[in-house]
Design a protein around this ligand. Structure first.
Ligand code: ISJ
Length: 359
């Protein structure tokens, strides 16, 4: 009984805090509305990733100093949702992602744009670039590289043929779940998934005696979840979100063999970010057919004190092009000089806030 009374008292406290939170959120939304009006007059971009990053950094610092109970991920989860709702209030904008619904790209999109935004599933990367160009979507989310499978060729091809800009990067740890309506692992007679997902979970399947059951490859892990939800004695290896989408209970989480399986995604749009002080820039480079040109190019970056973080070669219609990432913003003085010097061979894809994680 004493506990019952204590619970009632604590819940009164929670209710009163929730009321205050609601008032504060409403006050915040009124200010957001004002920001939206100013942007509408000046044509400014609604989504400002560098501003959102600096808010999260500030709150994380304050929270650490105060010894608060929330960690950075919790602060991020709460506030990214608030920012997403704020942006929707300023101006609702469509977000296209490489589908189907429940794909890892969908997950990457939701991690940045929250649950309340308006999403469009698009079935190809080229389709995303096209819809951006025709302005049917404001943002496009595409994968660019995976730690096991390397660079995504369709995304590089999109950059060579279209002019969308990278406005943010998202790096996701790729986790698989075993989801099934079976209560016991012994009841599972077949497993649906994508071929590469089976490969990434080989040890788990062996350890749990699931290497003997029928493994059926399908085109996406989302499709696998859908099939397993409708068929007794079957299971799916799929993303957490895909299992949730089809109300498929999760029997095991994080069943992938390597714990550092990551994919990097780009958020594309039609505007350019201003500098945040902690940026990365991506470019495509097609060198003229001259001896030593790559060495000279790299030397110019080195002499300008620019740290290259990635260089990958890629073949487009027989021509070799390079995808390069480096620290800094395209408008930084040292960067600007090098980019100007090589402008005939460079396409700048965008400068954006550098994620803390790397791939
Ligand atoms: C309100 C703004 O617009 C968006 C929403 C933000 C917010 O809710 O704090 C921050 C940056 C923008 O993505 C702004 O630019 O300040």
């Amino acid at each position: 009984m004493a506990n019952e009374e204590a619970l009632i008292e604590i819940r009164k406290g929670l209710d009163s805090i929730d009321n205050k939170l609601l008032d504060l959120l409403d006050e915040r939304m009124k200010l957001v509305h004002k920001v939206g009006k100013i942007k509408a007059q000046s044509g400014g971009a609604i989504y400002r990733p560098e501003r959102e990053k600096s808010i999260i950094d500030r709150l994380d610092n304050i929270n650490q100093k105060n010894g608060g109970l929330l960690n950075r991920s919790a602060i991020e989860a709460l506030f990214l949702e608030i920012f997403a709702i704020s942006r929707n209030l300023e101006l609702p904008e469509n977000i296209g992602y490489l589908g189907p619904k429940g794909s890892f790209t969908h997950q990457a999109a939701e991690s940045r744009f929250g649950a309340m935004s308006s999403y469009v599933s698009i079935s190809s990367i080229k389709g995303i670039f096209k819809e951006l160009e025709s302005k049917k979507i404001k943002f496009g989310v595409v994968p660019i590289e995976n730690s096991s499978n390397g660079i995504v060729n369709d995304t590089i091809n999109g950059f060579t043929n279209f002019n969308s800009k990278i406005v943010a990067e998202v790096i996701l740890n790729i986790h698989h779940t075993l989801a099934t309506t079976c209560d016991k692992i012994e009841d599972i007679k077949k497993i649906y998934s994508k071929d590469i997902a089976f490969d990434q979970c080989r040890k788990f399947l062996n350890n749990f005696g699931l290497d003997e059951v029928e493994l059926i490859p399908v085109e996406s892990t989302t499709k696998a979840a859908k099939l397993a939800a409708n068929e007794p004695n079957s299971a799916a290896i799929c993303a957490h979100v895909a299992a949730k989408l089809y109300n498929l209970p999760i029997l095991f989480e994080n069943i992938e063999d390597k714990d550092n399986n990551k994919t990097r995604f780009f958020i594309l749009s039609d505007f350019e970010n201003s500098s945040s002080g902690n940026d990365k820039t991506s470019i495509l480079v097609k060198f003229p057919d001259e001896q030593g040109v790559l060495v000279k190019f790299l030397n110019d970056f080195n002499n300008a004190n620019i740290n290259l973080t990635k260089i990958k070669s890629h073949i487009v219609e027989g021509d070799s092009i390079f995808f390069i990432d480096f620290d800094g913003h395209k408008d930084d003085e040292n960067v600007k000089r090098v980019l100007e010097k090589h402008q005939s061979s460079i396409k700048v894809l965008g400068s954006y806030v550098k994620e803390i994680k790397d791939i």
